[in-house]
Design a protein around this ligand. Sequence first.
Ligand code: ADP
Length: 174
Amino acid sequence: MSGRIQVIKGDITKQEVDAIVNAANCSLLGGGGVDGAIHRAAGPELLNECRKLNGCKTGDAKLTKGYNLPAKYVIHTPGPIWRGGQKKEIELLASCYESCLRLASKHGCRTVDFPSISTGVYHFPLEKASVIAMSVIYDYLKEHKEIERVRMVCFDDRTKSYYEKALSELGEEL
Ligand code: ADP
C-alpha cells in the first residue's frame, strides 16, 4: 500500500511523524488505553501543557507539543462514548477526525497518525467507526494536498483488518 492513506499495525507512541492523535477524554488530563500510553511516553510536560487547555469538547481537538515523543505534536480529541447510536455518535466521531486534520493543516503537519478513536473503552462498533474514519480522511485529503500521508496505527490485527476493509471500499487510491 503506497497511497496517501495507509493502515499499519503498531504502537502510535513510537511513530516519527509530524503529529499523532490522542483518543483523549474531555478533561485532557490523561486516562487509560492509548491516552495513558501517550502521556507515559511523552513525559510529565505533556500533562502540564494539557492542564492549561481547559479541557476539550467531544468531537473537537486541541494541539500540544510532543515532548519526549518522536512525534512533533499531539492532537488530542475526545471521541464519543457509544450509547446505541442515537446520541450523535456518528457525527461526533466524524467531527473528531475532521477537527484533527484541520488542526494538522493549520500547524503545517504533513504526516499524521491516528489511533482507532472510540473503539476501545468507549465501545464504538469497530465496523462503523472504521467506515466513518476512512471516509472523512479520504474526503479531507482529496481537498487538502498539504497533508502528504495519514496512517491508521492499529494496536491489534482485528482492528487493522476493519480499517483495511474500509480503506479498500473507498474510491480510487489517493
Ligand atoms: P477510546 O476511549 O477512545 O475508546 P482507547 O484508548 O480505549 O480509546 O482505545 C482506542 C484504540 O487504541 C483501541 O483500538 C486500543 O487498542 C488502541 N490503543 C491502545 N494503546 C495504543 C497504542 N499505544 N498505540 C496505538 N493504539 C493503541
